[in-house]
Design a protein around this ligand. Structure first.
Ligand code: SAM
Length: 282
């Protein structure tokens, strides 16, 4: 008898994935956590009924939320990841040899522990990198209180439900701004505009309360159903978003980082938004 995982993110649309083998399932202090095997996508992590990441397509999301801001910044040394418990974001960011410190502030230790055990290809050793620091805390509280400064902040959160909700507020974005060094860049997981257009519209207004250059860039992640996923972009240095292809190539290519989605041309093109998304930025 085939067991199905049915996503509960939307009341009017649900994707299903066969759970060929359930590796772990629990209700943590913060959320419902399931890790299972699927014949097409490999191992899948879900939280509170929503697909978080899969071995099959995680590369799109993790490459685009790291190589775009880190290449655009040009000299990022200190990176802050809010959320990111599966370790994929840390894995990709730490491929940048100029990064000397990566702090990952994750609210749910179980996600880290279970991802390390059941999704080892996601972190791929990042958790043991001497530059990596794990902080188990609410990311909103961390940015409100830390005296540390960062060059790039990556919000790799769940959707704005449950513990993730606070990571989509103007107050959180203002605190992220406080934690950014001169020329710093904030990027965010900002939902699928075709199905969650309100998230882009809200972040557009809330980010602009703290930053002068706010935009979005996109990529299609198969298991974040509904077309493009949007990534929030916020900085006070508008030049960081206006690099030409030669500059992007000149910065990224020497790093020798193997990718499966990101290229300098994709980096540049990702900031060209379809009209229906532009219309959300009224
Ligand atoms: N790629 C996924 C997406 O786009 O939805 C995100 C994956 S990652 C597993 C999301 C992480 O955010 C989870 O591990 C969750 O525990 C963490 N998280 C949610 N709210 C948080 C908060 N307030 N502070 C820190 N981490 C949080």
């Amino acid at each position: 008898m085939t067991e199905w995982f049915t996503e509960t993110l939307h009341p009017w649309l649900a994707q299903r994935l066969t759970m060929d083998h359930v590796l772990f399932r629990t209700k943590t202090e913060h959320q419902d956590l399931i890790i299972f095997e699927n014949s097409k996508f490999g191992r899948v992590l879900t939280l509170d009924g929503v697909v978080q990441t899969t071995e099959g397509d995680e590369f799109v999301y993790h490459e685009m939320l790291t190589h775009v801001p880190l290449t655009a910044h040009g000299s990022a040394k200190r990176v802050l990841v809010i959320g990111g418990g599966d370790g994929g974001m840390a894995r990709e960011a730490l491929k940048h040899s100029g990064v000397v410190r990566l702090a990952m502030v994750e609210i749910d230790r179980s996600v880290v522990d279970m991802s390390r055990e059941h999704l080892p290809t996601l972190s791929a050793g990042a958790f043991d990198d001497p530059r990596f620091e794990l902080v188990i805390a609410d990311g909103a509280r961390y940015v409100a209180e830390t005296d540390d400064r960062f060059d790039v902040i990556i919000v790799d959160s769940t959707d704005p439900i449950g513990p993730g909700e606070v990571l989509f507020t103007a107050a959180f974005y203002a605190d992220c701004k406080r934690c950014l060094a001169e020329g710093g860049i904030l990027v965010t997981q900002n939902g699928v505009p075709f199905l969650q257009g309100g998230e882009v519209a809200n972040s557009w207004h809330r980010l602009r309360e703290s930053f002068t250059d706010v935009w979005f860039y996109v990529a299609a992640v198969p298991t974040y159903q509904g077309g493009h996923m949007a990534f929030g972009w916020a900085t006070d240095d508008a030049t960081k978003r206006q690099l030409d292809i030669t500059s992007i190539e000149g910065r990224f290519s020497p790093l020798g980082i193997d990718t499966r989605y990101y290229t300098p041309a994709v980096h540049q093109a990702a900031f060209a938004l379809p009209k229906f998304i532009l219309n959300l930025l009224s």
